[in-house]
Design a protein around this ligand. Structure first.
Ligand code: ADP
Ligand code: ZN
Length: 625
């Protein structure tokens, strides 16, 4: 290694210690930082919570200290800029944002700071960055050697493949054309190859070094349960494992979001709704509260999410099936950014499979697109029905090999399986008999009644007790039959049709009928309240308290948290921007007695030590008293 590079590594590490108070870079961060500090272009693919921000913040600071001026951060979410900038200022880094929420005077003031080169980082939305006026300002900075780098956050927004596409991102290639010597770093948590190729092409990053991190999120525990009164299941999950903690509950429709928020609140769990149908003001208020308050649950559609950088979201629950594995991974990835234990929990059932298939069938898209969508849905269904390690399957989907993780439901409680080959044949022949017997079609509920030999009004009306398949499935219960049907629909042997989701055989059903297809299913869970539940409560060790604390430690932690809440309120910032839970917990455990000792704790940088050190020591002292 030559001395210039060594110097850069040392300088970057010094910045990491001094400004952010962290001991070491994580994973690829060190290489990325070194590359960008030296003036290289980079494309960074890292999972949510991987630590992307430092990949451009540290180079921005290092280059600024070397007299290279301002780094421009392009970010799509003006709602979050305030907190991002607040976090930097708390750490003693001069940063600002420009967006439409600012007054004319404030805008002018920030522009002056920028043009003088005093600013270290400037955040702006793409539509602003590409205006002639802003570009003229960048020209002037560039001429004076005061344009240090461009960071393009959420770079997948440039790709039309994802649902986050933003027209304005397309114009960002001007940065390369107009400022060829200024390093650019593009960052995203979207892993698939199509999107990656799109980013490289559209942002003209052909020369950039690509850094791909493992997409594993080891602290997230994946669990997928069969729906059996999903509300009660969700309630139990939150009450047993996440009482008083922040989480997101994803639902498909706006209506369900509102109902879920209302219902959770009525059950004593502080919850708010968020979806695109609420007015901007309310959405903003709910998002702010979620970020700032402790332990709120947000019931939301997928409109809520991108850029939610709250580190202490302890769970993400899905009450409806997401579109595909990409969406599932992105949504669940919002849990546990701070690296502490977190849960990704999903309840899914027959209706989910039916609905998702129908949405694809009925969409106005072309056949090829629909085929692609169906394949993606199939991959997700296979994940949901899997009896082996969920993480191995997830990572394999993104092209990463791994071994069973020990931290998913299937690893922790290997599910029993049963051979459903015969049951599947019975179900298919029953559907076939319906059809023979007058050409009528029926839904899943009636089919199961007939299989189980229940004499209902409908059975009598259609004389279905006379069918040879009546009662041939009495040995299985309702849940087991639903699992069989779900699997048959998921595998495409049965289709559902029309308003009543009536069942119809597809051409591949004959292979199952002939006994050529084996079907091994997860053992359906026992009904709630009877038998043993598939869940085991977390042990105290698993509980996402940042550290095991003794009684005094817990008292100190609580005292530190209420001190932090006060500071956060004063500064109009979310609490985690002042200090993370993990940092406070370490303080409560180590009980530093001097500023020197306090400064050793991860997350305590020089500026925060200076600003808060004495107060923290006082809180620790009086709490310990
Ligand atoms: P991303 O943008 O990739 O989702 P962030 O940049 O928000 O992730 O980082 C996730 C969390 O990890 C943040 O709370 C950040 O402070 C923390 N973090 C990042 N890098 C390090 C590091 N090297 N040491 C300790 N904590 C880190
Ligand atoms: Zn596993």
């Amino acid at each position: 290694m030559n001395s210039a590079v060594t110097a850069s590594v040392d300088t970057s590490l010094a910045v990491l210690h001094e400004v952010f108070g962290y001991a070491a870079f994580r994973g690829a961060q060190a290489d990325i930082v070194e590359h960008v500090v030296a003036g290289g272009d980079a494309l960074v693919l890292m999972p949510t919570g991987g630590g992307k921000s430092l990949c451009y913040q540290v180079p921005a600071i290092v280059r600024h200290r070397a007299g290279r001026g301002v780094a421009v951060v392009v970010s799509p979410l003006i709602a979050l800029m305030h907190d991002q900038v607040g976090a930097l200022e708390e750490a003693g880094v001069h940063a600002a944002f420009l967006n439409s929420t600012l007054s004319f005077e404030d805008t002018q003031k920030i522009e002056r700071e920028m043009m003088s080169g005093r600013l270290v980082l400037l955040y702006a939305a793409p539509e602003r960055v590409t205006t002639p006026r802003f570009l003229a300002q960048l020209d002037s900075l560039r001429e004076r050697g005061l344009l240090s780098l461009f960071a393009i956050d959420e770079a997948h927004c440039v790709s039309q493949w994802g649902h986050d596409f933003r027209e304005d991102y397309l114009a960002l290639n001007v940065l390369h054309q107009r400022y060829p010597g200024v390093p650019r770093i593009a960052l995203t948590a979207t892993a698939d190859e199509l999107t990656r190729a799109d980013i490289i092409e559209r942002l003209q990053l052909e020369q950039a070094r690509v850094f791909i991190s493992s997409f594993d999120r080891p602290n997230i525990r994946y669990a997928i349960v069969e729906k059996d009164n999903a509300r009660a299941q969700l309630l139990r999950f939150i009450q047993d494992e996440h009482e008083g903690e922040a989480g997101i509950v994803y639902c498909q429709s706006r209506k369900k979001v509102e109902e879920t928020a209302e219902w959770l609140s009525s059950e004593g769990i502080a919850a708010l709704p968020y979806h695109a149908g609420l007015d901007t003001e309310m959405r903003k208020r709910h998002q702010d509260r979620f970020l700032r308050e402790d332990g709120l649950v947000m019931a939301a559609t997928i409109a809520f999410g991108m850029g939610i950088d709250k580190p202490d979201v302890r769970f993400v629950a899905h009450l409806d099936l997401p579109k595909n594995i990409e969406s599932y991974y992105q949504e669940t990835g919002r849990a546990g950014r701070d690296g502490l234990p977190a849960d990704a929990w999903m309840a899914y059932g027959l209706a989910d499979v039916v609905n998702q298939r129908r949405m694809i069938d009925e969409s106005p898209a072309g056949d090829e697109f629909k085929r692609g969508q169906r394949q993606k849905l199939d991959a997700l269904l296979a994940l949901a029905e899997a009896h082996d390690c969920r993480r191995v399957r997830l990572l394999a989907y993104f092209g990463e090999g791994s071994v069973p993780c020990g931290n998913c439901d299937n690893c922790l409680h290997p599910p029993a399986t049963w051979d459903a080959t015969e049951a599947a044949r019975k179900a298919l022949s029953c559907i076939y008999r319906f059809h023979q017997n007058g050409g009528q079609r029926f839904g899943a509920g009636h089919l199961i009644d007939v299989l189980r030999g229940k004499v209902t009004d409908k059975v009598t009306q259609f004389q279905h007790q006379r069918l040879s398949t009546f009662g041939i499935g009495a040995d299985l219960n309702d849940l087991q039959w639903r699992a069989v049907l779900r699997q048959l629909i998921a595998l495409g042997h049965v289709r559902t049709e029309g308003e009543f989701n009536t069942l119809e055989l597809t051409s591949s059903a004959r292979f199952v009928l002939r006994g050529e297809v084996d079907m091994l299913l997860r053992q359906a869970n026992e009904a709630p309240g009877r038998g043993k539940s598939a869940r085991t409560p977390r042990t105290a060790r698993d509980k996402p308290t940042p550290l095991p604390l003794d009684a005094q430690g817990t008292t100190l932690f609580t005292a530190l948290k209420s001190w932090r809440a006060e500071v956060a309120r004063e500064h109009n910032l979310p609490a985690y921007v002042v200090f993370h839970d993990a940092t406070l917990a370490e303080m409560a455990r180590a009980r530093p007695a001097s500023l020197g000792e306090l400064g050793q704790i991860s997350g305590v940088g020089a500026k925060k030590l200076e600003a808060y050190g004495r107060e923290i020591l006082r809180v620790l002292e009086s709490g310990a008293g």
